[in-house]
Design a protein around this ligand. Structure first.
Ligand code: PAF
Length: 297
């Protein structure tokens, strides 16, 4: 496995590998590339993405880059966990071919001034609490797609809004890459795996269970026929607020496409929450589809 930091070098090396690992038969075919973009401190969710990329592609590139432009000035850019040695071992075991781990100055050299904005989707939910966050995500993902030129890129459903932003970006900018979304990977007690879970103390970790427990409960309500979105939002708020260490950032019951809040739950719904547990902001969501086939209350 190779580790490369310089975008130009990565591009050159990938050009070589595409030929080496492609089919030599006539007509020759370049190897397919799967990209797993991450900010490192790899967990089981990332490794599930790598395994899927390994199955689907001849080459797997893992990017590890804590992207400064998606963090606000008061956010955890400096504290965000980093451990390249640990990540390298995990990536190697999972079958990554190449790690792209640039420095901030290699991605955003002096004088950098081009940003990508996906309007409408970027200022709701997490975008409302983290202004500029999705502009930073859209910018770095666009750059990664241009540098790596993947056939497929892999993301987790835990970042549901990010997935919608990236899918729209790819559609609007006529990019060739296929976006593959994998289900949220959860700990045994249901908490979505996240690099930020390491911030939680023991008591906070216990309190964080209120998030998956409440989403699970909300799913049962909808499946049992609840269609009144306001009533559901309110009930979710009450359940989370009953946990003394939890502070709600948002509770959203939206259409799962445009992230518009709905009054009545239709065929598809996304229930998404962001909750502070102490100083740690955690997000999670569930998407329910095919609901018009279930009974209404
Ligand atoms: O989901 C993440 O880890 C990041 O937002 C991403 C997609 C790697 C962009 O920095």
């Amino acid at each position: 496995m190779e580790i490369i930091g310089d975008p130009q070098k990565l591009r050159k090396r990938l050009d070589e590998l595409r030929v080496e690992r492609g089919s030599g038969f006539q007509p020759p075919r370049a190897a397919t590339v799967g990209l797993v973009p991450t900010m490192g401190y790899l967990h089981e969710g990332h490794l599930a993405l790598v395994r899927a990329a390994r199955q689907d592609n001849e080459l797997v590139v893992l990017s590890i880059f804590v992207n400064p432009v998606q963090f606000g000035p008061q956010e955890d850019y400096e504290e965000y966990p980093r451990d390249l040695k640990r990540d390298t071992n995990l990536a190697q075991e999972a079958g990554v071919d190449l790690i792209f781990a640039p420095k901030a100055a290699q991605m955003y050299p002096e004088g950098y001034r081009t940003f990508v904005e996906v309007e409408g989707l970027s200022d709701k939910l997490c975008g409302a609490s983290r202004p500029g966050h999705f502009r930073g995500v859209a910018t770095v993902v666009t750059k990664l797609f241009h540098i790596v030129g993947p056939d497929r890129a892999y993301f987790g459903q835990k970042d549901g809004q990010q997935v919608l932003v990236i899918k729209r970006l790819v559609q609007d900018l006529n990019m060739r890459v296929e976006i593959v979304v994998l289900p949220t990977v959860r700990e045994k007690d249901g908490l979505a795996v996240s690099s930020r879970n390491v911030y939680l103390g023991a008591e906070e970790r216990q309190a964080a269970r209120v998030i998956p427990d409440t989403l699970h409960w909300a799913e049962a309500q909808v499946r049992a026929g609840e269609r009144d979105a306001d009533r559901l939002r309110e009930a979710i708020r009450e359940r989370i607020a009953a946990e003394p260490l939890a502070r709600i950032d948002y509770v959203s019951v939206n259409d799962g496409h445009e992230l518009e809040e709905v009054d009545r739950i239709g065929d598809r719904v996304m229930v998404a929450v962001a909750v502070w547990i102490g100083k740690t902001r955690l997000i999670d969501n569930i998407v329910l589809e095919g609901l018009s086939r279930c009974g209404e209350s």
